[in-house]
Design a protein around this ligand. Structure first.
Ligand code: GLC
Length: 622
């Protein structure tokens, strides 16, 4: 099975948010599981030179963009065992960051999308599935529909993954028509037109074979008027093709036991060392060093989406509630200034780090006791997953991926890996923060129990990558990866042999079509004939060894993955395995949360009463 991941950002080459992390980690896991997953992204000028030095020129073509003709080069490099392709065009990708103004970006990513498809015959890789990500790659399924005259493209399936529905690539209809250069047929309200504008994400959502988003709850939410960003009707219409698969995080990049960026490594067994991280961070940030002070962290884009209006509304109380608060991130000026102000006003309990530093984020995840994420909406959220991994208890609003990954603490059953509140309401948020503080200060055993639950939760890519594979299988009918014999072997074998026969026939057609590409290949002016001759065998060698590795890994992997799948099935059905005893019962969340509500209120009231008795009057007035 061959899958091409098309993304406008991929860590570590270029990243502005969670999309970069996902595109940088999921394909590698798919590869370990036997899928030939490769990645394609723009060759931005801002990609660090050390990566550019490792890239190899493969080919170039010229493509038509309405009345323009644009150069599109393609480079390749291997990174952590995965092949990454980079689309080169110095005019579009010259900026010092991936994104500029929306109209420039729309044209830029229309070019990228067309280039991705047009370059495929020149790179010797015909994917079975192209997994598009966010609006920047929305035009791919649309262009694919216009490429059907060429047999090379027939049968390629597309998936449109939505990481954030708020961003849609919306521009004037004229602008989008002009850049895409396709027939007016595509620009009606049931296709790319959207309230008289053009909408690139909508195009992807209409033409992709499947739509996915990054958590189950968000997949449900976006079909409602409240979360649908004007596309809820389309999502409801396509609900049979819409699935939510929660993101994972890289458990090697994020591991408190080995993380080289934190002050002191720790595991669940050596949890006492976590507190060293708190003391050292307090020292570094100039906060009073006190290992018994609860520390709450925020690492985020400082925007409305992340719920900072709730924090702004209650910040005075938060500062006077008995905890230290540390914020790291940049974003809307109003929030940056708000946090700077409170750091000035309460230097002994509020620290505002208004910049972004990967290293500082690692230190904060390791040092804090709790992590606040009161998002208005959250397609998945990665920070709460990192917090769980570092035993830093998330305090979240029950929306999108936050709802699917954080199971609120229930003091009667001991279940839960964090704290959560349902309504987008500042009082509710503060009530839950007091509740968490109450447990931290007055019931440390319970706190440590929740920390254990958090650190035992598994949000590595393992389970979610299997779900992607299952979807690709359903979409293509190709089962040539290790999972193929996990169940119902006899039935599937019959099915597969038919599929394989059909595929062999269609591949022959594809191969002969690929021999006469319609795209004119132009000689690379920067490469001599000798260089080209040298480069060719090298390229084949790289690919062969990569392919061999995959097969070997797949063979090694097979029994293990089957075993873990079987174990998982046992766990969910009986609920009695060792792992389950340690883990929070995710399925029970809804019921438990419902049971918990009245008690939570009581606890909150008690905590509040306790707090108001214990809290000193504010040191300064606003
Ligand atoms: C976006 C979403 C975030 C998600 C990430 C990766 O940044 O806002 O919730 O985790 O994409 O899918």
């Amino acid at each position: 099975m061959k899958v091409l991941f098309a993304s406008s950002e991929v860590a570590p080459f270029a990243k502005t948010g969670g999309l970069g992390d996902v595109a940088g980690s999921l394909p590698a896991v798919l590869r370990e599981k036997g899928v030939d997953a490769r990645v394609i992204m723009p060759l931005y000028a801002c990609i660090p030179q050390k990566f550019k030095d490792q890239m190899r020129y493969l080919n170039h073509i010229y493509i038509d963009m309405a009345w323009r003709r644009q150069y599109a080069g393609v480079f390749e490099m291997e990174y952590n065992g995965s092949i990454i392709y980079f689309v080169d065009n110095k005019f579009y990708f010259a900026g010092d960051k991936p994104y500029d103004y929306i109209h420039l970006d729309c044209e830029k990513f229309i070019f990228f999308s067309k280039a991705v498809l047009s370059l495929l015959p020149t790179i010797d890789f015909r994917p079975d599935v192209i997994n598009c990500n966010d609006w920047q790659t929305g035009p791919i399924p649309v262009f694919l529909d216009t490429f059907q005259d060429n047999p090379f493209y027939r049968g390629i399936k597309t998936v449109m993954t939505i990481h954030n529905l708020k961003f849609q690539g919306r521009w004037s209809l004229k602008g989008i028509k002009d850049a895409m250069g396709i027939s007016d047929y595509y620009f009606t309200p049931d296709k790319l037109e959207y309230y008289k504008d053009g909408n690139l994400l909508k195009g992807g959502m209409v033409y992709a074979n499947k739509i996915t988003t990054v958590s189950e709850t968000y997949a449900g939410e976006i079909q409602s008027h409240e979360y649908g960003e004007g596309l809820d009707a389309l999502l409801r219409a396509r609900s049979n093709d819409l699935i939510g698969i929660v993101n994972g995080i890289s458990y090697t990049d994020w591991d408190p036991a080995t993380d080289p960026m934190i002050y002191e490594n720790y595991t669940l067994e050596t949890l006492q060392k976590k507190v060293e991280n708190k003391k050292r961070l307090q020292e570094e940030l100039g906060l009073p060093v006190d290992e018994n002070k609860m520390m709450i962290g925020i690492v985020s884009r400082l925007t409305d989406q992340k719920g900072f209006d709730l924090v702004a509304y209650k910040i005075e109380e938060l500062c006077n509630g008995g905890a230290q608060v540390v914020v790291l991130g940049t974003g809307d000026e109003k929030y940056e200034n708000l946090f700077r102000h409170y750091a000035w006003k309460y230097p002994d309990r509020f620290s505002a780090q208004i910049y972004f530093s990967n290293e500082m984020s690692h230190k904060i995840y390791a040092a804090c006791d709790a992590f606040l994420m009161p998002s208005r909406f959250e397609p998945c959220g990665l920070s709460q997953l990192i917090s769980l991994r570092y035993g830093t208890l998330p305090i979240v609003r029950e929306t999108g991926g936050l709802k699917d990954t954080v199971n609120p603490y229930n003091k009667y059953t001991g279940d839960g890996n964090g704290f959560s509140f349902a309504n987008y309401n500042a009082d509710e948020m503060l009530g839950v923060i007091w509740n968490a503080m109450d447990v931290y200060y007055n019931d440390r055993d319970a706190w440590n129990h929740i920390v254990a639950n958090a650190m035992n939760s598994d949000f590595s890519w393992n389970v979610s990558a299997d779900k992607y594979i299952r979807m690709y299988q359903d979409l293509t009918g190709i089962y040539d990866i290790p999972e193929k014999k996990t169940e119902n072997v006899a039935e599937k074998d019959v099915f597969e042999s038919t599929i394989e026969r059909d595929y062999a026939a269609s591949n022959d057609a594809v191969a002969s079509a690929a021999k006469e590409p319609e795209i004119v290949q132009v000689k690379n002016p920067f490469e001599s004939e000798e260089e080209k001759a040298e480069a060719k065998p090298e390229k084949k060698a790289v690919k062969k060894s990569a392919a061999k590795k995959t097969v070997k890994k797949a063979a090694e992997k097979k029994p293990a993955s089957r075993k873990s799948a079987a174990k998982k099935a046992d766990e969910t059905e009986t609920g009695e395995t060792e792992a389950e005893a340690k883990k929070p019962a995710v399925k029970k969340t809804v019921k438990k949360a419902a049971e918990k509500k009245p008690t939570a209120k009581k606890t909150t009231a008690r905590a509040n009463a306790k707090k108001s008795a214990a809290t000193p009057a504010p040191a300064k007035n606003d």
